[in-house]
Design a protein around this ligand. Structure first.
Ligand code: FES
Length: 378
């Protein structure tokens, strides 16, 4: 195939409609998970969008074609106006998913959310073992509260997903985490090996499991998926550092997901601000439709025209979309490089060796965002 023909096959930058909106309502959070994906410098409460601004953004999103709304943070239940936001989403026909650490919720608040049209609850857990879970979240009593909220969720007939970020401190608990999801009546379990962006990058050595642990976890998940077919859906995200092929991060940059930060910045990826040189527009200044279709940050890595080799001529380029831009920038210094998780990347060997080296050493102590004693429920 000629180069001209090849170039002609690079996809254009014209976007379709986004499927999902990740609304980071606040960066405030009582937990301190060492793998937090929020930026190192969190946005302050006084910069957060108002209730009216969020409701307007939701209307713009629905008009743009968004179907799913993920209410996230930080901890979204830290916003007192969450009921109004949920109600607005329901009135617009958006399917709303509350992504919560759950420790701030009361039964009355959850009932109120359900009455206003909340469609789904996703609760993050740190482990099946309460003591270890509370140690990881740096929040005493948090695990027990999460289980209580999970039971309330089921009592209210809301679908429940448990999300379990996996790393070297809880990977041995995977069988018990699956059992916990079954006991709680969850419809879905997300077993997601930690991805090393944001605060997780700072704690990478403390969190990185060994390759052998990761391979064993993949086998265990495959067995559980077969055994629990029709009972529990298990999503599994493998760690990039031991992969041969990159994941299609975000389903491709600017293809289906919009993230809005607490202050209204619109991002193609929740970690996009880690990439130097990208400027992000704000819903206070420009419509969501214009940002989605024209913003330079969304155009930067949309489609395939931006790709260099080896991505540019790769047969998988419209399957993995070059992998993860944030990881490419963090590891190689250039976001347009291939994701180093790909074995066609010149950085791949050093990338995997780094994981082997770090996981082979005793784990360092966690670096928490707020050093000092842990916090308590109540
Ligand atoms: Fe940003 Fe993968 S985390 S593109």
């Amino acid at each position: 195939m000629s180069t001209a023909t090849e170039l002609g096959r690079q996809t254009t930058t014209a976007p379709g409609a986004p499927l999902g909106l990740l609304a980071e309502l606040t960066h405030r959070c009582p937990l301190q998970c060492p793998y937090c994906s929020n930026p190192l410098n969190l946005e302050r409460a006084h910069d957060e969008l108002s209730t009216e601004a969020w409701c307007d953004v939701l209307a713009q999103a629905a008009e743009l074609g968004v179907l799913q709304l993920h209410l996230s943070g930080g901890e979204p239940t830290a916003r007192r106006d969450l009921p109004q936001i949920i109600e607005r989403a329901a009135s617009l026909g958006l399917y709303s998913n509350l992504i919560t650490a759950a420790v701030l919720l009361s039964r009355e608040r959850l009932e109120d959310f359900a009455a206003r049209g909340l469609d789904h609850v996703q609760i993050s857990i740190q482990d099946s073992d309460a003591a270890n879970a509370d140690r990881i979240a740096h929040y005493a009593g948090g695990h027990a509260k999460k289980l209580e909220v999970a039971r309330w969720t089921k009592a209210l007939n809301l679908p429940l997903t448990l999300n379990a970020p996996i790393h070297r401190h809880n990977i041995a608990s995977l069988p018990d985490i699956i059992k916990l999801a079954l006991d709680l009546g969850a419809e879905r379990l997300e077993v997601a090996h930690v991805q090393y962006y944001g605060w997780a990058l700072r704690n990478r050595q403390a969190l990185m499991p060994t390759r052998e642990q990761v391979l064993a976890s993949a086998e265990l998940i495959a067995e559980a998926r077969a055994r629990l077919k029709g009972v529990l859906i298990i999503d599994f995200v493998v760690p990039d550092y031991y992969a041969r092929r990159p994941k299609p991060c975000m389903g491709g940059w600017g293809r289906g997901i919009i993230t809005i930060t607490p202050s209204g910045r619109v991002l193609p990826c929740h970690a996009a601000q880690t990439i130097d040189g990208l400027a992000f527009e704000n819903v206070r200044d420009r419509s969501l439709r214009e940002i989605w279709s024209k913003s330079p940050a969304f155009q930067a890595f949309r489609g395939t025209a931006w790709m260099r080799e080896p991505c540019r001529s790769c047969e998988f380029r419209e399957l993995d979309w070059g992998g993860c831009r944030c990881q490419a920038f963090a590891v190689t210094g250039a976001a347009a490089n291939a994701d180093p998780a790909c074995d066609k990347s010149g950085f791949h060997a050093a990338f995997t060796q780094l994981a082997r080296t770090e996981s082979g050493r005793p784990a360092e102590a966690f670096t928490f965002r707020r050093p000092g004693p842990d916090r308590r429920v109540g």
